[in-house]
Design a protein around this ligand. Structure first.
Ligand SMILES: [Zn+2]
Length: 318
């Protein structure tokens, strides 16, 4: 079969959509529709070999794969009541935010299906709001629903996959994703993040709980450290961990706020760092899971930098 040969050109799916610009976080917010628009326009310029993937509205039962019903109802109610922020945390919302969040989750599930059906080998979903800070019962950190956590459970339940690895290279620790899978030995969560910033979680000694002990890997990185530092951590800690786990699918919480010149993050990665991390993901995916990688946008607040680093990621996927 063609797709099992790593020497073949990989089929890459990309997803972007102006619908994500309808989630209005207000003036001067770093997680803005403008930042997304700059990224979307750069992705639109990619050649047609990058297959455009669609989206759908996620169903309630899919949201509940990772969230409590009470929290879902609270978030929906907060948005319908036209609150400016979620009552559970620091996520700005607007009248269309619930709809947009469901489209974002649905885009990830659509891409997961496309990979499992063999339409593409891997895919990048450019969407917002982001997801990795959202806990089962609490939205926070610009996030409403945890798209990647929902997708991991969806792959297990709908497609019967057993073991999922989630790599999170956003500059912030994905506290929501970690918490959702902290006791789950079937989902290996790996995060690199800046050690001294929001949300304050992500210590190296947190390695999982109960049956999940050993299936959580936090690699906090010092402020102002560069991409070489991060890639050394990859080769020393992440590569052996993935090789031991042997995932059936690789998910990536791809934030770009660890890039130099990001107004929120304090790391110094260049675009090549994102390309190099992606190439490592491709090698792991080819070795363990028929090349299956699905990545999604999390943070990244310098619009031009976000676009450049995303392009480096997408091109390295191919
Ligand atoms: Zn972030």
């Amino acid at each position: 079969m063609l797709r099992s040969d790593p020497m073949d050109q990989r089929k890459i799916g990309i997803h972007y959509d102006p619908v994500y610009e309808e989630h209005d976080t207000g003036p001067h917010h770093p997680e803005s529709a403008h930042r997304y628009q700059v990224l979307r326009k750069s992705l639109e310029a990619l050649p047609e070999e990058f297959k455009r993937l669609g989206r759908r509205t996620a169903k309630l039962e899919e949201v509940l794969l990772a969230h409590d019903k009470a929290y879902h109802d609270t978030a929906k109610h907060d948005i319908e009541a036209l609150r400016e922020t979620l009552s559970t945390g620091d996520t700005n919302i607007s009248k269309d935010s619930y709809k947009v969040a469901l489209e974002a989750t649905g885009a990830m599930l659509t891409a997961a299906d496309a990979i499992m059906d063999g339409a593409v080998d891997s895919a990048y979903c450019a969407l917002r709001p982001p997801g990795h800070h959202a806990l089962a019962a609490r939205g926070m950190g610009f996030c409403i629903f945890n798209h990647i956590a929902i997708t991991a459970r969806y792959l297990q339940q709908k497609h019967g996959l057993k073991k999922i690895t989630i790599i999170d290279w956003d500059v912030h620790h994905g506290n929501g994703t970690e918490a959702i899978f902290i006791s789950d030995p079937t989902v290996l969560y790996i995060s690199t993040h800046q050690e001294d910033i929001y949300p304050g979680t992500g210590q190296a000694h947190v390695r999982g709980r109960g049956d999940g002990l050993g299936f959580n890997l936090n690699l906090p990185l010092p402020r102002a450290s560069d991409g070489k530092h991060a890639l050394k951590a990859w080769d020393k800690h992440i590569t052996p961990k993935i090789n031991k786990f042997k995932p059936d699918f690789l998910l990536v919480s791809a934030g770009y706020d660890a890039r130099k010149d990001d107004p929120i993050g304090g790391l110094n990665w260049d675009d090549e760092t994102f390309a190099q991390m992606t190439k490592r993901c491709v090698q792991h995916a080819n070795k363990h899971c028929q090349g299956r990688i699905l990545s999604m946008l999390e943070g990244g607040y310098n619009p031009e930098g976000l676009a450049l680093a995303s392009l480096a990621h997408v091109k390295a996927l191919a």
